[in-house]
Design a protein around this ligand. Structure first.
Ligand code: GAP
Length: 453
């Protein structure tokens, strides 16, 4: 059972994202560009942590995967061969009453009659296919001969470069090619904050294999991807695997799973894991006339490999991380009175800032100098935020709200004024339990690195 949508929670999340600099509407001062978003100072750190971790576990920690970074501008022949020019479209319907353009699956049905979800109007056009690709022109001439597309998925450049990468990497099947990058879709109705955007990023792996390995590898990658989400702080209980039914799968796919997450606006897709067979490479081989086969030296066979594709959305995962982390609880103020606290409980691995460093008093040069020393000590290892303004409880609260998992306070014990044995120790505060412990500055970087993971 999916949990009921929670519009109020979503509103609070969107407002926090703007207030603290995670995500802004693109071109906001000109009224905004629908379906496009800008990531602010904290959002960009969160996004980088996600992409870096994906790259680490998908490419760096494996012998069987290499990376690439393809161009966004795409030759029309590539997308003709892949089927996107002909068929990458959604059925669109217009409401003649409020003039809204709607995807046909967004209509609401009351007493068997389809209605516009915005105004309830029943005067609707017949569905027509709307191609989601952004077309542009390359060079000075704006005619048929100069058409190019902004890629609608990163996958196609991997297929098109398959032969080059196979030759330079000398990998044996099964092996994968990974890519993180922008993709563009002219979505009819962008919505749910960044969830459905017109410009977004994907993290895609094309894992090439023999035909007989396809179904087994589909299961393997589904499990690997579920583990990934758990390792970034999205619990298994909030993830759901949908087996895409035969009649909804792409015709060339022999099996597809959608990994879904319980967003506050409902259960929605985070990632698709699809067994795409040899469709893409075969199409490109046929249309380009260039061989895209693999030669198996043991069996002396030449064949077009099959592929299993885990394809994740960066922006959707960032949104899931924020939704999962958002929490409200109670914390004591300066006088010990409980007050409401907003806290982002990010997994430390994902947190944009790992550690806040605070001198107890900003007008004590010794405390400030020591705190600055600690900042310099930690900065080569992690993102650190130095804050000397306001009461210490306020400073903790500001860091809680952006999800900083650790806070280090430099106090008079650190200077050895009360007890010489405590010289060069600091208090280390945990965001979630709010417990404080005394640790030596010497051990600090090591302790934090272990806890960040
Ligand atoms: N290469 C396969 C492919 O692109 P997809 O299911 O269309 O498959 C993969 O997209 C992932 O890309 C989705 O699961 C989602 O996370 C992300 N994605 C797709 N369209 C998106 C959009 N309009 N806005 C944000 N993310 C999107």
């Amino acid at each position: 059972m999916s949990t009921p949508p929670d519009a109020q929670r979503m509103e609070k999340i969107v407002s926090l994202c703007k207030r603290r600099g995670f995500i802004f509407q693109s071109s906001e001062i000109y009224g905004g560009l629908n379906g496009a978003w800008d990531y602010g100072p904290l959002g960009v750190e969160l996004k980088r942590n996600l992409k870096n971790y994906w790259w680490q576990v998908t490419v760096h920690e494996r012998d069987d995967v290499v990376g690439m970074d393809g161009s966004i501008l795409t030759h029309p022949a590539v997308l003709q061969a892949s089927g996107h020019v002909e068929g990458f479209s959604d059925p669109m319907i217009d409401c003649r009453t409020c003039k809204a353009h709607l995807r046909s699956d967004q209509l609401v049905e009351k007493k068997g009659v389809k209605q516009c979800p915005n105004c309830g109007g029943k005067d609707l056009t017949a569905p027509r296919q709307f191609n989601l690709m952004f077309e542009t022109h390359v060079g000075a001439a704006a005619d048929e001969s100069s058409i190019a597309y902004l890629r609608p998925e990163t996958a196609q450049s991997i297929f098109v470069q398959f032969k080059n990468i196979l030759e330079v990497s000398r990998k044996k099947l099964p092996f994968g090619i990974a890519q993180i990058g922008k993709a563009f879709r002219n979505e009819i109705n962008p919505r749910n904050f960044t969830f459905r955007s017109r410009e977004f990023e994907q993290m895609e792996l094309e894992y090439f294999c023999r035909a007989e390995q396809g179904m087994e590898l589909l299961e393997y990658w589904k499990e690997e991807r579920l583990k990934f989400y758990e390792n970034i702080g999205i619990p298994r209980s909030k993830l759901h695997v949908l087996t895409v039914p035969d009649d909804e799968r792409a015709f060339y796919s022999k099996g597809t799973y959608d990994i879904e997450y319980d967003f506050p606006f409902g259960r929605q897709e985070l990632e698709g894991v699809a067994y795409r067979t040899d469709y893409d490479l075969s199409q490109h081989q046929k249309k380009s006339g260039k061989p895209l086969e693999y030669f198996d030296e043991e069996t002396k066979q030449r064949f077009v490999p099959h592929v299993v594709e885990p394809s994740a959305g960066v922006d959707r995962t960032v949104l899931a991380l924020i939704c999962e982390a958002y929490s409200e609880d109670q914390a004591p103020d300066e006088k010990g009175k409980m007050e409401a606290r907003i806290v982002l409980r990010f997994h430390p691995r994902m947190a944009p800032v790992k550690c806040g460093v605070f001198p107890l008093l900003k007008n004590n040069p010794q405390l400030v100098a020591k705190a600055r020393e600690i900042v310099a000590l930690l900065r080569p290892h992690m993102t650190v935020f130095y804050d000397e303004s306001g009461a210490i409880g306020r400073r903790y609260r500001r860091q809680d709200e952006i999800g900083t998992p650790f806070g280090v306070t430099v106090d008079f014990e650190t200077l050895g004024e009360k007890d010489a044995a405590l010289r060069d120790t600091v208090t280390l505060r945990d965001r979630d339990s709010m417990k404080q412990e005394r640790v030596s500055i010497h051990d600090l970087a090591g302790i934090l690195q272990t806890r960040i993971g």
